[in-house]
Design a protein around this ligand. Sequence first.
Ligand SMILES: O=C(O)[C@H](O)[C@@H](O)[C@@H](O)C(=O)NO
Ligand SMILES: [Mg+2]
Length: 382
Amino acid sequence: MIITDVEVRVFRTTTRRHSDSAGHAHPGPPHQVEQAMLTIRTEDGQEGHSFTAPEIVRPHVIEKFVKKVLIGQDYRDRERLWQDLAHWQRGSAAQLTDRTLAVVDCALWDLAGRATNTPVYKLIGAYRDKVLAYGSIMCGDEIEGGLATPEDYGRFAETLVKRGYKGIKLHTWMPPVSWAPDVKMDIKACAAVREAVGPDIRLMIDAFHWYSRTDALELGRGLEKLGFDWIEEPMDEQSMSSYKWLADNLDIPVVGPESAAGKHWHRAEWVKSGACDILRTGVNDVGGITPALKTMHMAESFGIECEVHGNTAMNLHVVAAVKNCRWYERGLLHPFLEYDDGHDYLKSLSDPMDRDGYVHVPDRPGLGEDIDFAFIENNRVR
Ligand SMILES: O=C(O)[C@H](O)[C@@H](O)[C@@H](O)C(=O)NO
Ligand SMILES: [Mg+2]
């Protein structure tokens, strides 16, 4: 049970996702990027793994914080280990981020699952073994036939409905797109999607994150006429009072915060202040499965749904272990990318979706990621 080693393996993987200057993903030619797999190992050879960007688990962070907290400890003491690591953040000069807490916590959950031959959502206490997915479309672009026009969004939405999705979320156009942001174009894209898919498919928007209150209000009012289920991150989430104002002035539910710091503590303040109608968490955003569950349970106490940000196994297990969440966010999707192709370092999808739009939680132990260890070794760089 005792943790004896924490190892980081960095390897090359091929992807067609490219980040723009604002950090949003768009399709492009295949290129190689580096990915890291964190492994936590015990004295009796049990292992847990989780994936992240290499800088999140760079040697400074692992040696100065992670190993000091984990080595010699019982891997089953996840709550105490998470609290101990979180307490290191204050004195870390902002070097120990929530992303690092998340990858460590996920590897500990994966270890617990692999050691007991149990999927994580069953360890937590499962609520369901499948959940409806919404197709989370990439931010708009200026690519011919991509997501450059409202009609492009409408055509792609039709494709997603044929694939089985019962919900679709649009990320609309944002800088560096030359003419973005533009509220009227956002509404045109949403109208084109509603026209294309009809009244029964659930629709949501995740907009330019820095609109003013008045722009966000105009956008929200436009979406109310289109029967959208929620408006997400239309303003800077550092201004909780702006979201309180927006939620007070709109009928369409306001979802958040996704990107705001503060983990479950700050999300409790959003609920208490009425800054959102639906709360939001995400394993990477709040520092792990452990705090994501704290957020879900807190929201449930207020009768509030809490939607989980992001795909991958870690978020799927949280969604499968709670009642107060309607969707799994499957994406990000684009007409020029085949999401179901997965990753070259995983032998199968962690979030397979059937033709009725349900994602089934793999019954493999731990996080259930079907890791190709040989691929990782053959493509390892350090
Ligand atoms: O970088 C981002 O803003 C997010 O990853 C975004 O692309 C998407 O994941 C999101 O906001 N989902 O709600
Ligand atoms: Mg979002």
